[in-house]
Write a protein that binds this ligand. Structure first.
Ligand SMILES: *Cc1c(COP(=O)(O)O)cnc(C)c1O
Length: 355
């Protein structure tokens, strides 16, 4: 604390990401990174861009990337907003679109960055409990006696549960709240859930956020984007251009475009992760774990006889890092990122010993 701080800083509780330990031989299954590398064409494009033109500022409008993403999703380039990681896209959306009387509604168990942005921007959070099976229920987000949402955000699939909400249920939330922006955070959608991008054309209040960090294996590059109708995009551009004209650097733009264009590599990478996930689910179920159904590149598991914190600590002693959350309802769970087959096998062997 210091007298020099602006008043708002005293009230902030910053987000704490999963740790990035610098140890050799570590099996790192705690931050949902992709187990295989990005498209070699993306790496080559970054290399070429580095040799080319770093002297010059990048395109402030990221037009080439917007057009590539628009073609990929079948939307107009004017319906795409890009940012320095989807965390930045979300931050701009919180400021530009999610601050209204009625508060921001989101699940009680969800991405823990949401309450942090609420604090930063002075948005009133309104948490909606997940149902007992840890699913989101669309009815809970519809206008009701207790009021109506000023805006709504939820991840689909949800994090850290991995559970996906069917598209028809997402649509019920969007259609049932024409007064409010609904932001669907689809960081993990490519691992087996249905994307709401196809609804954007019909709903002016829908915004869908994606990231290159998970399914495109480019967490280190920091690229994310959102898709929505033009008036929502204009609000995001106004905030962005009041903050940083050049959030995406030349390396990020080149790598992201090449990644989007390498559709075959992207599809294959997602399919491999999903296949490993199914094997890991079967192996852990055989060990007595309860595994929530996952449409993400991680699984959320608990054991009826062993506490999640204890298992996490014991795995750590064997150089395997998974994520544990202290929040009341999920204290007994571990969130495990899908690794390579060898990493998952090592995890299963370690758990066998521990149990
Ligand atoms: C990982 C993640 C993000 C942020 O990804 P970036 O690396 O900032 O692009 C956003 N939302 C959820 C739910 C995530 O898990």
């Amino acid at each position: 604390m210091s007298q020099f701080w602006s008043p708002v800083v005293h009230r902030l509780t910053p987000y704490v990401p999963g740790e990035q330990p610098q140890l050799d031989n570590l099996i790192k299954l705690n931050t949902n990174e992709h187990p295989w590398g990005p498209s070699p064409k993306a790496v080559q494009a970054i290399h070429d861009a580095a040799n080319d033109s770093l002297r010059l500022y990048p395109d402030p409008n990221a037009d080439t990337l917007k057009h590539a993403l628009a073609a990929h999703h079948g939307v107009q380039a004017s319906q795409v907003f890009v940012g320095n990681g989807s965390d930045e896209v979300l931050a701009h959306a919180f400021m530009a679109l999610l601050n209204h009387p009625g508060g921001l509604w989101f699940p009680d168990i969800s991405y823990s960055f949401y309450p942090v942005y609420c604090q930063l921007y002075g948005i009133t959070p309104h948490t909606v409990p997940l149902r007992d099976d840890f699913s989101i229920c669309a009815d809970d987000y519809l206008p009701q006696d207790g009021g109506r949402a000023g805006a709504i955000i939820f991840p689909n699939p949800n994090a850290p549960t991995g559970r996906a909400l069917p598209l028809a249920e997402v649509e019920r939330i969007v259609a049932g709240n024409p007064q409010a922006v609904v932001l669907v955070d689809e960081a993990y959608v490519d691992f087996g859930a249905e994307s709401a991008v196809q609804l954007v054309e019909r709903y002016p209040n829908l915004l869908v956020a994606h990231t290159f960090s998970k399914s495109r294996s480019l967490a280190g590059l920091r690229v994310g984007y959102a898709i929505g109708q033009a008036p929502l995009m204009e609000a995001l551009e106004r905030v962005k251009n009041s903050f940083n004209s050049y959030p995406l650097d030349r390396l990020a733009l080149a790598g992201a475009v090449a990644s989007v264009e390498d559709q075959a590599y992207f599809k294959e990478g997602c399919a491999k992760v999903m296949a490993v996930r199914e094997t890991l689910v079967a192996d852990l179920t055989a060990l007595g774990f309860e595994v929530l159904p996952s449409a993400a590149n991680f699984i959320f598991v608990q054991h009826p006889l062993h506490a999640g914190a204890e298992l996490t600590a014991q795995l750590r002693e064997r150089a395997i890092i998974v994520r544990h959350f202290k929040q009341a309802r999920i204290r007994n769970f571990m969130r495990i990122t899908i690794g390579t087959p060898a990493q998952c096998q090592a995890l299963v062997e370690a758990l066998k010993q521990i149990l």
